[in-house]
Design a protein around this ligand. Structure first.
Ligand code: ZN
Length: 243
């Protein structure tokens, strides 16, 4: 019989659980990956090039097209069973995703390493107003959201190529994994940053580190104690129910 997550890490044996999530948890919501076969950047390298911070403000239409499109698809699909399981399990979520689905599932205090497509920031340097954006309705083609405070152009509050991660979010993520007794990596590969950095930190400070993924091909040094092979949409709800 295949080893389950509950065999390796029973929910009730751990007090401070951190989940590090990536694109794989949102695949069920119809949100694809970015790299690898069929990934957005792989299929459209020109779109990837337009996601660079150096292109501001001229690339705003492309930015809203991509990130606004992702948020719209997320709203239509809603959170997946895996998002809901993490919210019910009261797990601290650190995510690479910008789709907002962990919050939609009810998770609180989500640490969004790459920002959020559900928010926008004013480009006016005297303003810097940060706001939720309503992308639930249809908009005119070419329509760009404007700052409710100063009327300036808003950009998606996502970390673009050429931009650093938010140091406050990164520090909070490090503190969360240092304090954790169980770290689950869900739908993310262990060899890309930030999982590559955070999982060894967690392991060194004594956390049990488990990778939950459909794919267990692990190049190089493997930072995990265990791998649970399978779809997180089955694995996480089953784990929560103790099975
Ligand atoms: Zn403004």
């Amino acid at each position: 019989m295949r080893t389950t997550l509950a065999d390796i890490a029973p929910r009730d044996r751990f007090r401070r659980i951190v989940a590090l999530t990536g694109a794989g948890i949102s695949a069920a919501a119809g949100l694809g990956t970015f790299r690898g076969a069929g990934g957005l950047w792989t299929a459209h390298p020109d779109v990837e090039a337009a996601m660079h911070a150096s292109g501001l403000p001229h690339n705003l239409p492309a930015l809203w097209d991509v990130w606004g499109g992702i948020r719209r698809r997320a709203i239509l699909a809603g959170p997946s069973p895996a998002h809901e399981a993490l919210a019910r399990a009261d797990v601290q979520v650190i995510t690479q995703n910008v789709d907002g689905l962990h919050q939609d599932a009810g998770s609180e205090g989500v640490l969004e390493l790459h920002g959020s497509a559900a928010r926008a920031v004013c480009l006016n340097r005297d303003c810097w107003h940060r706001t939720e954006v309503d992308l639930s309705g249809e908009t005119e083609p070419g329509h760009l959201p404007q700052c409710p405070r100063c009327g300036g152009p808003l950009r998606p509050d996502v970390v673009l190529f050429g931009e650093p991660l938010d140091p406050g979010v990164w520090q909070a993520s490090e503190e969360a994994v240092l304090d954790a007794d169980l770290v689950l990596a869900v739908g993310t590969s262990s060899f890309v940053t930030p999982a590559k950095w955070l999982v060894p930190i967690a392991r060194q400070s004594g956390a049990v580190c488990v990778n939950v993924n459909v794919d267990d091909s692990v190049p190089g040094l493997d930072p995990f104690h265990a791998h649970v092979l399978g779809d997180c949409q089955d694995t996480l709800p089953t784990w929560l129910s103790g099975g």
